[in-house]
Write a protein that binds this ligand. Structure first.
Ligand code: SAM
Length: 361
């Protein structure tokens, strides 16, 4: 079937998605034109900020791709103090960011759970309830997710990383701490509790096929996600997956595939929030702007205190690790306007999909 015919369809099959992912030249342009039109019609030219606070790189997991995995000894571990986290949140509030995202390595303990709960209350208090809070702190028990939700966190990002269970097993150690089923259950409990629920995958992983990527997108649609955050896989020298570096797609192709994945999910799920992932910028200096043009509507400016940024290296060549939060904001403003879009200040910019989904329950 021709690309134009596929782009007219209401529901895309796995085969359609593979055709779109393989599109080149004018067919690729048609795909991006369609996703950009949908974005403009449903979302407008707007982009919302989530001020990203990477508050700790301490992690109990050993994901084979990740630079902050427990087994990486070539890394200085840090955890921000409560005061540093609250100062960063206040910066976001004072600069009308609308929302923050708290992200860290994965740790499960009553002490950590209480600390995060407390921080959520304090961030709500310092912003008179106005700052929206996204969490991205991994797998936890449902009771913990519930406590944080009641404290005021209302969005949660938990990438499934790869929806093909056998691929998932190849990129994680084979033990209970890295259990595909548990990650899925966590996503389900987040959705049941009432979070705006976000997930995503890495694109260009070793062993990953076009079929896998098509299934990833079908999974997101079937799961009825509210937010999507996916980005290119970028190898990290101190990780076990590095041994496959020579077999990977060239970075430019991983980048291009990621843009296509974003365009296709925008076509499949017109009203969700889609993040322009920082990893795109590690490959192309204007990578995030390109993602905004063709479908993304969320950017996560890094507001982690500058001296810690170098230690939150998930992959090699991570951008903006030498900037302050102020630099990051002015740079992003210029970049977003280059993408013919405009940053909306002082608003949450919640997923329209979430509102509709909740009304239909
Ligand atoms: N541990 C939390 C979780 O998994 O929800 C959040 C922190 S984790 C470091 C954030 C994301 O970084 C992961 O979901 C993963 O997709 C991404 N990531 C890790 N290593 C990466 C790599 N080498 N290339 C691209 N993305 C990577």
């Amino acid at each position: 079937m021709s690309i134009s015919k596929i782009l007219e369809k209401d529901i895309l099959s796995g085969e359609d998605i593979i055709t779109l992912l393989s599109s080149r030249d004018e067919n690729r342009t048609l795909l991006f034109k369609k996703s950009a039109e949908i974005k403009e019609k449903i979302i407008g030219k707007k982009v919302w900020f989530r001020g990203l606070i990477e508050f700790s790189n301490v992690c109990s997991k050993d994901c084979l791709y990740c630079g902050i995995r427990k087994g990486n000894k070539n890394l200085k571990r840090y955890s921000l103090s409560d005061e540093e986290i609250l100062t960063a949140a206040k910066f976001a509030y004072d600069n009308l960011y609308g929302s923050i995202a708290l992200q860290s390595g994965e740790l499960e303990s009553p002490v950590i759970a209480d600390r995060i709960e407390n921080l959520i209350y304090k961030i709500k208090a310092l912003s008179k309830g106005e700052l929206g809070i996204t969490l991205s702190v991994g797998e936890q028990n449902p009771e913990i997710y519930q406590k944080w939700f009641e404290a005021g966190a209302h969005r949660y990002l938990l990438r499934i990383e790869a929806t093909n269970e056998s691929l998932y097993r190849k990129i994680h150690p084979g033990n209970k701490k890295h259990d595909f089923r548990r990650r899925l259950e966590c996503l389900k409990s987040l959705q049941d509790i009432g979070y705006q629920t976000g997930t995503g995958v890495m694109i260009g992983l070793p062993f990953q096929t076009m079929d896998d990527l098509a299934s990833d997108l079908l999974f997101m649609k079937e799961f009825n996600i509210d937010m999507c955050g996916m980005g290119p896989y970028i190898e990290h020298a101190d990780t076990p997956l590095m041994i496959y570096a020579a077999d990977l797609l060239p970075l430019k192709e991983r980048f291009d595939l990621t843009l296509k994945m974003i365009a296709i999910i925008r076509i499949m799920m017109k009203d969700i929030n889609i993040v322009a992932a920082t990893a795109l910028q590690a490959i192309d200096p204007v990578g995030r702007e390109k993602a905004i043009k063709i479908g993304a509507n969320i950017i996560m400016p890094n507001i982690t205190p500058g001296r810690y940024r170098d230690s939150y290296k998930l992959y090699d060549n991570k951008p903006c690790t030498d900037e302050s939060a102020e630099d990051c904001q002015s740079c992003l403003e210029a970049r977003v306007s280059l993408a013919d879009s405009e940053i909306v200040y002082g608003e949450w910019g919640d997923s329209q999909h979430y509102d509709k989904r909740r009304k239909s329950i």
